[in-house]
Design a protein around this ligand. Structure first.
Ligand code: TMP
Length: 208
């Protein structure tokens, strides 16, 4: 495909969204055609699935159901938004993708990375990002940031205890170790300007 697919990963409170907004703006200023989006969501059907997954009242949700819903939202978003944009030659910046499912459902929920990988292979049909930026932050720091950030809604997964969030980080770091050619770790405990600079310099490398 003609475009460039870049994903941003990391736990809650890593500052992904703020930095992503800045990256998109800077790329646009450089004349690039950018599509900024997020998972789960980004289009109507996937946003509907998102609200089912993240609804705090859905305490009965089975872990496999959760994994399947994320994969379903991913498929729809890919088919309706990401693939058409890549075919048109855009840079697609996506907040979360398959690595989120591997770290959260596969590793932290304990469903198994290879099991969750299999349902996702079906969902994504071989479409993978060229670059993944992993915003790494210790959960104590990330969670403290979201509790300070008033505007952000607290969702069902935020309500998991700290040991779950520690496992998410462990899962992510294991994925980075296994996929060194694709995943770059960004130290997201630094001040925002440094995080942005580090992230942008990695993107410039794949643009060249
Ligand atoms: P967000 O807060 O970054 O929008 O993400 C919503 C939540 O969904 C967040 O807690 C991470 C979680 N998530 C998964 O558990 N698996 C996934 O595949 C995705 C995309 C998100």
């Amino acid at each position: 495909m003609a475009g460039l697919f870049i994903t941003i990963e990391g736990p809650e409170g890593a500052g992904k969204t703020t930095v992503l907004n800045r990256i998109a703006k800077k790329l646009q200023e450089k004349g690039q055609d950018v599509v900024q989006t997020r998972e789960p969501g980004g289009i109507v059907i996937a946003e509907q699935i998102r609200s089912v997954i993240l609804n705090k009242e859905n305490t009965a949700m089975d872990a496999r159901t959760e994994a399947l819903l994320y994969a379903a939202a991913r498929r729809q978003h890919l088919a309706e938004k990401v693939i058409p944009a890549l075919k048109q030659g855009s840079i697609v910046l996506c907040d979360r993708f398959v690595d989120s499912s591997l770290a959260y459902q596969g590793f932290a929920r304990g469903l198994g990375m290879s099991e969750v990988g299999s349902i996702n292979e079906f969902a994504i049909g071989g479409v993978m990002p060229e670059l993944t930026l992993l915003f790494d932050v210790r959960p104590e720091i990330g969670l403290a940031r979201i509790h300070r950030h008033n505007g952000r809604e607290v969702n069902r997964l935020d309500l998991e205890d700290i040991s779950f969030h520690k496992k998410v980080r462990e899962g992510y770091l294991a994925l980075a170790e296994l996929n060194k050619e694709r995943i770059v770790i960004i130290n997201a405990e630094q001040e925002e300007e440094r995080v942005f600079q580090d992230a942008f310099s990695q993107i410039e490398k794949v643009l060249k």
